[in-house]
Design a protein around this ligand. Sequence first.
Ligand SMILES: [Zn+2]
Length: 296
Amino acid sequence: MTDLVADQDAVRRYLCDDAPDARLITVRLGRTKDEMLDHQKMPLILKSLCEELVAATCVLSHMLKFDGEMIVQIKGSGPVTMMVAECSSEGRVRSTAQWDDLTEAASFRELFGTGYLAVTIDPKHGEPYQGIVPLESDSIAECINHYFENSEQLDTKLWLSSGDKGVGGLLIQRVPEEGGQTFLENSNWQTLATLADTITKKELSSDAGPLLIYKLFHELNPRGLDPWKIYFGCTCSRERSARAIRALGAKEVKQLFLERQSLEADCHFCGQVYQYDHADLEWLLSDQPPGPDTLQ
Ligand SMILES: [Zn+2]
């Protein structure tokens, strides 16, 4: 077994010598969880939910191993109207949410109301794919498990927990024998699933990584593979940000410039503020992307 540590900002996969039909994945975010959300000034309850959504998105991205972006979005009718997490195949994550007034004590269902969770796979090459499940759950993990029940033929379960020092996740999945549809008969899968169910929230948020896997499954001889690093980063740009202003329409944009010297658009994900002045008006009103000399 790899060194028995809790991972820091990484996703990791494991094999169990005594449960060869089991796929295990852990995720743990330490510093990244604060770096990606601290500037957003969101209520603590939402911060925890965003952290868990990012952790889930990292696991999904690592499970499917494709070149591109994994995007998981929740749209609701409650005070939280939108929450989104993204993870690229390079391990870059970001997240944000939109909300109205809410009380810290509100439950998951009260926060989101009715709505849906959408999982989008956006490959660099090829067509995007989207799977949607209605919101009928009490937590992010339940939503994702509901998604698995609807889309995966394989027995799959995810646990998530957000704590003060970290957010952790554990996924277990039973995979068929190589190249086939059948499962191993003499399998310890049930033992593994039972052991996974004993996990506590505190263990998950503080120990996710080789340490947690050893604690839970040491009798099945688990082996950790190399970690996949996760980091916070944003893909916003001055050009992309200008789309929000363009979306107001030419008449509205002209009117706004009559009233002020410049317009600002800020990126919700990273807090970067982009400023546009009168010299930018022409390209803001054009449908053409700006030339290189107009970009900052
Ligand atoms: Zn940004």
